[in-house]
Design a protein around this ligand. Structure first.
Ligand SMILES: Nc1ncnc2c1ncn2[C@@H]1O[C@H](COP(=O)(O)OP(=O)(O)OP(=O)(O)O)[C@@H](O)[C@H]1O
Ligand SMILES: [Mg+2]
Length: 286
């Protein structure tokens, strides 16, 4: 396991009259190299959990292990942790503070003490990875980019640290279809090259089709963890907690129930289209 939690609990403003229990007794694991999706309704504790994985929040109960070693929260360990496990916040554009795209992305590698030449290299590579290497963009203010470009810029800022794991909190929120698609492709490529990816979403959207490990939270507790296919074969369980399959999956399930010969787990419109075309090419035979 890359990251493992043991009875992890977290209460905001613990001990005060405003205390809010956000996580309770969580035992979960993030396999190394996995594409993990963290799913759950609004307020279920997803963002709180992510912030524990890179040490921004410290458990009020239980423990966290990174590659088998418990986090002890000393300064050196925290610094190393934040370099290795990058977090792209929910609405990351809100946190831009630099005058240019270049400076925004150079901030973290510079902060980690890399020499100027290496910083330059890192920034170039990160811009290329997200497809923002085009002439002139790097000198532009990050605030003057489009919403989709801003999201990609925020991801590049984290990629420039070359973290072993990349965590993204609701990365597709507010992006149009083509920007979403571009982001999916990027995440898939990063995962294929060995990076552990953890994505938070409150909807069962297309991102789930990329995942090989799914964790579903509800009110700060673990609802279910495992292979996406196993979890999606129990839609009633998900419905009970206000989570619905993407419309295309709900439809395909209905068609399968009516006796049509499709495989049980189809997540995207494209996969469904291919199955239907193949079925037609077989002369509508099983
Ligand atoms: N800074 C904070 N102070 C106090 N309570 C908080 C704070 N941040 C979150 N909470 C509470 O902790 C619980 C979990 O919140 P969290 O933001 O982790 O949920 P989430 O699953 O990320 O939701 P969403 O899908 O809306 O982003 C909620 O009850 C929330 O109200
Ligand atoms: Mg959140």
């Amino acid at each position: 396991m890359f990251i493992r939690t043991e009875k992890l609990s977290y209460t905001y403003m613990a001990g005060s009259s405003l205390a809010v229990e956000a996580l309770r007794d969580l035992d979960i694991g993030i396999p190394r190299g996995s594409f993990t999706v963290l799913l759950g309704p609004s307020g279920s504790g997803k963002s709180t959990l992510l912030q524990h994985f890179n040490g921004l929040l410290r458990p009020t109960g239980g423990r966290i292990f990174i590659e088998g070693r418990p986090l002890n929260y000393d300064r050196r360990q925290l610094r190393e942790l934040r370099r290795r496990i990058g977090l792209v916040f929910q609405e990351p554009e809100r946190q831009f503070f630099s005058e240019s795209l270049y400076e925004e992305i150079a901030f973290a590698p510079r902060n980690f003490g890399l020499p100027a030449s290496l910083v330059e290299e890192r920034v170039e590579r990160a811009l290329q990875q997200v497809g923002l290497e085009g002439e002139g963009l790097r000198e532009r203010s990050p605030f003057q980019l489009s919403a989709g470009q801003q999201r990609l810029a925020a991801i590049a800022a984290v990629l420039a640290m070359q973290p072993g794991a990349l965590m993204l909190d609701e990365p597709t929120a507010g992006l149009d279809q083509s920007a979403q698609q571009r982001l999916f492709t990027l995440l898939q490529q990063l995962n294929l090259s060995g990076q552990t990816i953890i994505v938070v979403t409150h909807r069962l959207d297309q991102i789930v089709s990329l995942s090989d490990h799914l964790i579903v939270l509800n009110r700060g507790t673990l609802l279910v963890e495992g292979k996406p296919d196993n979890i999606f074969s129990q839609p009633e369980l998900l419905h009970r907690y206000g989570l619905y399959l993407p419309p295309v999956m709900e439809l395909m399930k209905e068609l399968i129930a009516a006796g049509l010969p499709f495989p049980p787990a189809l997540y995207s419109l494209e996969e469904a289209r291919q199955e239907i075309v193949a079925w037609r090419n077989r002369g509508f035979k099983p």
